[in-house]
Design a protein around this ligand. Structure first.
Ligand SMILES: [Zn+2]
Length: 230
């Protein structure tokens, strides 16, 4: 019989998946898991995500402050994990990546303040979503090095979403990356995979729209009479 795997081992598998997908470049990204003990376990700062081991996680209090001695530092963004766990008692794992699609799309949609995902079959990968006929707004927060301030913004957004019963499983930070979570490591991984796939799709659609616009402009420029006759 197979021994049940520890939560950290499950998390390491998920980190390996996102690293191989190219979503954790240059020691960026951070990951955490919450067990039955108080607080949670979070990846240590500045660690290459391609060679993570169980000892590369730190036990922190619910506030994100390290428990005990620790000369090592938890990820600089641990406060965002703490904000999610504080507002979502069911959350067991929070995953954060820096993919190209999330970085570009979050900048493109920063002014609107969200990425509206609508009509996609893959939205059903999100907990509580059972049809493609739904719209999920993924908020885009401005990037900042003031993590406590950003954590307060994330907390306020989560309280509102939960008050309205809307599925809230992730957010974007402009020019930075994606945060996603779930009721297990497996669910958090599924949510992040779904978001990353849908962000790539949104980005491709935006690029195609620009290309179509450029083609129309080019045709109007080159063949003004033909364009006018249509
Ligand atoms: Zn980050």
């Amino acid at each position: 019989m197979t021994e049940p795997r520890t939560l950290t081992e499950e998390l390491l598998d998920a980190i390996g998946y996102f690293h191989r997908a190219g979503h954790t470049p240059a020691t960026s990204s951070n990951f955490s898991v919450r067990g039955l003990d108080s607080g949670f376990w979070v990846s240590e700062s500045s660690r290459d995500k391609g060679s993570m081991r169980p000892e590369h996680f730190l036990h922190v209090a619910p506030t994100g402050v390290p428990v005990g001695e620790e000369a090592r530092k938890p990820s600089a963004e641990t406060g965002l994990h703490a904000a999610v766990y504080a507002e979502c008692p069911e959350a067991r794992s929070v995953l954060h990546t820096h993919s190209v699609a999330a970085t570009v799309l979050s900048l493109e949609r920063a002014k609107q303040g969200c990425v509206a995902l609508e009509g996609y079959e893959l939205l059903k990968a999100l907990g509580g979503v059972s049809s493609h006929e739904v719209r999920v707004d993924v908020p885009v927060f401005a990037n900042t090095q003031d993590i406590p301030a950003l954590a307060r913004e994330v907390g306020a957004w989560l309280r509102e979403e939960r008050a309205f019963g809307r599925p809230a499983w992730g957010f974007l930070i402009a020019g930075h990356g994606t945060y996603a979570w779930g009721r297990s490591v497996a669910e958090a991984k599924r949510h992040l995979e779904a978001f990353e796939f849908l962000f790539q799709v949104e980005l491709m659609r935006a690029q195609r729209a620009v290309e179509r616009g450029s083609l129309v402009a080019l045709r109007a420029d080159t063949f003004p009479a033909a364009e006018a006759a249509e």
